[in-house]
Design a protein around this ligand. Structure first.
Ligand code: AGP
Length: 615
C-alpha cells in the first residue's frame, strides 16, 4: 500500500507545501520512502529520499517551492528495498514523464525485458518503472499522451492507482485505477487534486469523484474528464460525492478504529498475498525438505501464526518442526544447534529485538545455518539477516494489535506447506488442487462472515461484559487460534485469558470453572472434533458458559453451547486445515467490541508498543 497525491492549478501556488501536506495525511498507507515531481516552465524536477516525509521536507526545503503542478508519493515497499532509487516518482529515459504508482504490476519482468531489448535504461528494481518507459514508447510511436497511457495500462496485469505528468502537456495530470484507489477533488475553475484516499483531499474540497476500476481521468486546473480504459473514445459522465467525514475519520475510511478497518481489510490483504510468486515458496520448500533440523521462531501473534503454520507444514513434510519463542531460542538451543539446520523466523515488523537476536545468534553459532523469514516490511532488519525472505502483502498495520498481518502470515505458511506437498508428492495433484481452491476462497469466507455477524458478536460481548476471566480452548491446529484469539482479548480489552489445549485444561485450569465462567471453544469438524465434544461436556458439567466457534453445519458442539459463532465454510479436511485463517476474524471482532464495551481504545492497548525493540 502506498499513498499518491497530486495537484494541478491555474495560478502559481505553494505546491511544495500543499503536496507535502497531502502525502503526510496518507503516511498511514506507507512511510519507508517518498518523493515528489514538479513542473515549472516546461522543466520536470524529481526529488526523492529513503526515509520519512519530514526528512524530504528538511533535505529539499520543499515548503518554499512554488509552481502549478506536482505529483507526490509515500511508499510502502513491495518490489525493491526502500532506497532513494526505488522511491517514486519514476521517470522515462527522456526525463519528460514522471509517474507515481500504488499497486503491483504482476507481469513487470516480461515487460522490463522487452523494454530493455529496445534500449530502455532502468534505474530501479521496482515494477513501477516499466510504466513511464512504456508510455515513452507509445509516445514515440505517435500516440497522444492519453492514448499512450491507455495503451500502457492495457499491457499491464495486476493492480494500479497512478498519477502521471508529461512536460510536453504541462497542463495535464492523468490518473487511472485498477484495484488500487484513486479519488479526485475539484476546486471548480482553479485547482484539481488526486489522491489515494479521501483525507488528502478533504482540506481542499468535500466534493470528490471516486474512480472505479478501469477508469481514467484527465485532470486540468479546476476540471476533470473521465474515460473507461477499455473503451476510451467517449467521455463518461461521473457525479461527485459529498464527503462529510472529519479528516481523522477519513484516514480510517469511515471505521471508528484502525483495528476494525484492518480486520475488514483482511480479505484484500489475503488476495494480495496470494499473488506472491510461486518461486518464493519453492525456495522455502526446497530448504525445508533438505534440512536435518527445522526450527520456527517468533513473538506474540507472529508466534501463534508460526504454531498454525508449523502444524500445516508438518502435515506434508514428514519431519518435526520445533517451535520456540524467540526470546527463549538461545536458552533452548545453546550447545544443541546442529549443522544443516533451517530457522524459519516470522515477524510482521521485521524489527522485533528478540527475533533478530535469535537468528543473529544462530548464524554466529552455526555458520551454515539457513535463515528463512516471513515479514510484512521490505528492507526490515529481518530481511537483511535472512538468506531468503517472503514479504506478506498486508499493507501497513497501524493498530497495535496485529490482525491482518496474522492472516497473511498463516496464508504464506499454508502456501509453503502446499509447495512441500507438491515437491514431495505427499498427496495427489487433485488433492493439492482442492487445498488451493480452499485457500483461494478464504477471503470470500471472511468477507461473508464479516458482512453478516457484526451484530451477533456485539450482542455476545454485551452479555459477557462483567466477566474478567476467560478460557480459550481447542485441540490440534486450533490451539494456535485459541491462543491468538485469547491474546487479542487480553491485549485490547484487558481481560485475563488462558489460551490452552482443551484436553490439557482438565489437568489444572478446570479447577477455576464456576457457574457462568466463559469458555470459548474453537471447534472445526476436523480429526479432533469428537474428543473436543467430550471436553466441552466436561466444562459444561461444571457450570461453564460455553461459546463455540464452529463451521456452518455444526450440530453437536452447537447443542452444548450457550452461544455459537458460525463460520460460513464447508466442513471438509481442505477447509479444516485453513481454520486458523477463517475462524480468527470472529475472535478479533470479539476482542474489538469487548474493548469498546470496557471504554478502552483498541488501537492503543495499555503498556504495549507496535514494535518491541527491547529484550
Ligand atoms: C500482536 O497483537 C502484538 N502486538 C504482539 O504480540 C506482536 O505480535 C509481537 O510483538 C511480535 O511482533 P512482530 O510480529 O512485529 O515481530
Amino acid at each position: 500500500m502506498c499513498g499518491i497525491f497530486g495537484l494541478i492549478s491555474k495560478e502559481c501556488l505553494d505546491i511544495g507545501e500543499i503536496a507535502l501536506e497531502g502525502i503526510k495525511s496518507l503516511e498511514y498507507r506507507g512511510y519507508d520512502s517518498c518523493g515528489i515531481a514538479f513542473q515549472n516552465g516546461g522543466k520536470l524536477t524529481v526529488k526523492k529520499v529513503s526515509g520519512k516525509i519530514n526528512d524530504m521536507q528538511k533535505k529539499f526545503n520543499l515548503e518554499t517551492l512554488s509552481g502549478h503542478l506536482a505529483i507526490a508519493h509515500t511508499r510502502w515497499a513491495t518490489h525493491g528495498a526502500p532506497t532513494e532509487r526505488n522511491s517514486h516518482p519514476h521517470t522515462d529515459c527522456t526525463g519528460d514523464i514522471a509517474l507515481v504508482h500504488n499497486g503491483i504490476i504482476e507481469n513487470f519482468m516480461e515487460l522490463k525485458d522487452e523494454l530493455k531489448s529496445k534500449g530502455h535504461i532502468f534505474k530501479s528494481e521496482t515494477d513501477t518503472e516499466i510504466l513511464p518507459h512504456l508510455i515513452e514508447d507509445f509516445l514515440k510511436e505517435g500516440f497522444n499522451f492519453k492514448e499512450a497511457v491507455i495503451r500502457t495500462l492495457k499491457r499491464c496485469k495486476g493492480a494500479y492507482g497512478i498519477a502521471v505528468c508529461y512536460t510536453k502537456e504541462p497542463d495535464v495530470i492523468i490518473v487511472a485505477r485498477k484495484e488500487s484507489p484513486i479519488v479526485i477533488g475539484i476546486e471548480e475553475g482553479k485547482i484539481s487534486y488526486c489522491a489515494s484516499d479521501i483525507p488528502a483531499i478533504l482540506p481542499h474540497t468535500r466534493s470528490c469523484y471516486i474512480l472505479e476500476d478501469d477508469e481514467l481521468a484527465i485532470l486540468q486546473p479546476g476540471k476533470a474528464e473521465f474515460y473507461n480504459i477499455q473503451n476510451s473514445v467517449n467521455k463518461i459522465d461521473k457525479k461527485p460525492e459529498y464527503i462529510n467525514w472529519s479528516v481523522d475519520d477519513a484516514k480510517k475510511n469511515g471505521y471508528e478504529h484502525f483495528m476494525l478497518k484492518e480486520i475488514f481489510e483482511e480479505p484484500t490483504a489475503i488476495r494480495n498475498t496470494l499473488k506472491i510468486e510461486m518461486k518464493d515458496f519453492q525456495i522455502f520448500a526446497k530448504h525445508l525438505l533438505s534440512a536435518d533440523h527445522i526450527y520456527i521462531t517468533a513473538a506474540g501473534t507472529s508466534y501463534y501464526a508460526a504454531l498454525a503454520g508449523k502444524y500445516m507444514i508438518n502435515k506434508f513434510l514428514g519431519k518435526y518442526i520445533q517451535g520456540i519463542e524467540c526470546s527463549e531460542f538461545q536458552n533452548n538451543l545453546i550447545g544443541a544447534l546442529e549443522k544443516n539446520s533451517v530457522i524459519l523466523a516470522v515477524s510482521q515488523s521485521g524489527e522485533t529485538a528478540d527475533t533478530i537476536e535469535a537468528i543473529r545468534w544462530a548464524k554466529k553459532t552455526q555458520n551454515d545455518i539457513k535463515i528463512l523469514s516471513i515479514t510484512n516490511v521490505v528492507g526490515s532488519s529481518l530481511t537483511r539477516y535472512s538468506d531468503h525472505y517472503i514479504v506478506t502483502r498486508a499493507g501497513p498495520e497501524i493498530g497495535v494489535a496485529s490482525t491482518k498481518t496474522y492472516v497473511t502470515q498463516v496464508i504464506v505458511l499454508a502456501l509453503i506447506a502446499l509447495e512441500i506437498a507438491k515437491l514431495k508428492k505427499a498427496i495427489s495433484k487433485e488433492e493439492i488442487q482442492k487445498y488451493y481452491d480452499a485457500l483461494i476462497s478464504t477471503p470470500d469466507i471472511i468477507e461473508n462472515f464479516l458482512d453478516k455477524n457484526i451484530h451477533s458478536v456485539k450482542n455476545l460481548v454485551r452479555n459477557l461484559e462483567k466477566n474478567i476471566n476467560y478460557f480459550f480452548l481447542a485441540r490440534g491446529i486450533s490451539i494456535a487460534t485459541a491462543k491468538e484469539g485469547g491474546l487479542k482479548l487480553k491485549e485490547v480489552a484487558c481481560r485475563f485469558i488462558e489460551g490452552y489445549s482443551a484436553a490439557h485444561a482438565k489437568h489444572g485450569p478446570i479447577s477455576l470453572v464456576r457457574k457462568g465462567f466463559p469458555i470459548i471453544f474453537i471447534a472445526p469438524p476436523d480429526e479432533t472434533y469428537e474428543r473436543l465434544v467430550g471436553n466441552v461436556m466436561e466444562f459444561k458439567a461444571r457450570g461453564g458458559y460455553i461459546i463455540s466457534v464452529v463451521s456452518e453445519s455444526d450440530k453437536k458442539v452447537t447443542e452444548l453451547s450457550n452461544v455459537t459463532i458460525r463460520i460460513p465454510q464447508p466442513s471438509n479436511k481442505y477447509f479444516n486445515l485453513l481454520t486458523p485463517i477463517t475462524f480468527i476474524p470472529a475472535l478479533q471482532l470479539l476482542a474489538y467490541y469487548a474493548a469498546l464495551e470496557h471504554g478502552l481504545d483498541p488501537d492503543k492497548p495499555l503498556n504495549l508498543a507496535k514494535t518491541v525493540t527491547v529484550h
